[in-house]
Design a protein around this ligand. Structure first.
Ligand code: PMV
Length: 358
């Protein structure tokens, strides 16, 4: 597949604006390790969230110089670091969208979750931007025949910005990466897992417990790269493939004990990979471990099917079926709250991105 297209150039360069709101996602099977141009070493699958979203408005006008000029505003405040990141990203996708060179951009972005939440916003942020670029293509070149074509390209473009972002362009359960025996899966873009999903997973909850909202010491880019020399990487990639097969089965049967086992194994393996990289590092905090123990005790004592997962950071994502919402949220308030230093965001599975009416 090749999206390079020299035809996507304006004859009359327009001014305009587009906006998209796109959610974050939480991986159940983790993407950790990549090769080539953002090709994952194993397939991953995630829940798309509802509340944790990025809203991005892209204003564009004819470029005043040779190079496109980018102004980036985060929460209304100019942010040159982000502007530089976007400029690097635009250079990567210039052959796909040559019209970028003809434009100057002002990009306004804000998260609907608290600024200091410490939640990875790259998935929601990069997917919102990718959708906005595809929207410009759609409006001025009309090159998409179907919605599927539009979202597939948006997922591909989002992947080039941040791997996990390619899963945020769809709602529900979304996979990314070739899965043996599953025809509609590939390494270049995400796709919705829609076959026979057990109803229990359609409105699953994810309460995000912010243990530490500081910036992480080691970026995901560095983490992915360290997998190249990690002595356990090949076993890890095989384990992920086995876990994926088992999880896809669980998503049909609704076996929550098995769901909890696989999801927690994935979270702990992700962090084990960080601890066994060279140089090694640790992103969990003492309270992360304290919370995990309390969650295990609660599950053993009450038989409420709740489990945790982790991103590349110290914060706990508590996953549970809608039916147990009151019990789990009471447990969070009564027992866990004192170990949570930041916000608690009660999120749940969502329907995917939305275009903003401007
Ligand atoms: O998309 P990246 O490069 O920020 O990597 C994300 C990696 C994890 O969040 C740890 C796992 C995942 O699959 O989302």
């Amino acid at each position: 597949m090749n999206y390079n297209n020299p035809e996507l150039k304006f004859t009359d360069v327009p001014s305009g604006k587009v906006g998209w709101c796109s959610p974050s996602n939480i991986a159940l099977i983790k993407y950790w390790g990549k090769s080539g141009i953002q090709i994952p070493s194993n397939a991953s699958v995630s829940f798309t969230l509802s509340k944790s979203q990025t809203e991005t408005i892209v204003k564009f006008s004819p470029s005043q110089g040779e190079q496109c000029n980018i102004n980036f505003y985060f929460d209304g405040i100019p942010n040159t670091k982000f502007a530089e990141k976007i400029s690097v990203y635009f250079k990567k996708i210039i052959e796909i969208f040559p019209f970028i060179k003809q434009l100057d951009f002002s990009i306004y972005s804000k998260n609907t979750f608290p600024h200091s939440a410490g939640i990875a916003s790259s998935a929601s942020g990069m997917s919102a931007l990718a959708l906005a670029l595809c929207d410009i293509e759609n409006q001025y070149f009309g090159s998409f025949n179907t919605k599927e074509e539009f979202f597939q390209k948006a997922s591909y473009i989002a992947r080039l910005g941040s791997g996990s972002a390619c899963r945020s362009v769809y709602g529900g359960l979304v996979s990314w990466g070739k899965i043996e025996g599953y025809e509609n899966t590939c390494d270049l873009f995400g796709s919705q897992v829609s076959n026979d999903i057990n109803p229990v997973f359609k409105d699953y909850h994810d309460s995000i417990l912010i243990v530490d909202s500081g910036e992480k010491k080691v970026s995901s880019t560095i983490g992915h790269n360290l997998m190249k020399s990690n002595p356990f990487s090949n076993s890890r990639f095989q384990q992920a493939r086995d876990n994926m097969t088992a999880l896809l089965d669980v998503l049909k049967t609704g076996d929550l004990d098995e769901f909890n086992r696989i999801v927690e194994l994935e979270a702990l393996t992700l962090h084990a990979m960080m601890m066994t990289s060279s140089p090694y590092y640790l992103l969990m905090k003492p309270n992360t471990v304290a919370l995990i123990e309390m969650i295990w005790n609660f599950r053993n004592n009450t038989k409420v099917p709740v489990c945790f997962t982790l991103d590349a950071g110290p914060n706990i994502h508590l996953l549970y079926p809608h039916k147990y919402k009151n019990e789990v949220q009471a447990f969070i308030n009564k027992t866990l709250a004192e170990f949570i230093n930041g916000d608690i965001i009660h999120d749940y599975v969502g329907i995917g991105p939305e275009k903003l009416e401007l």
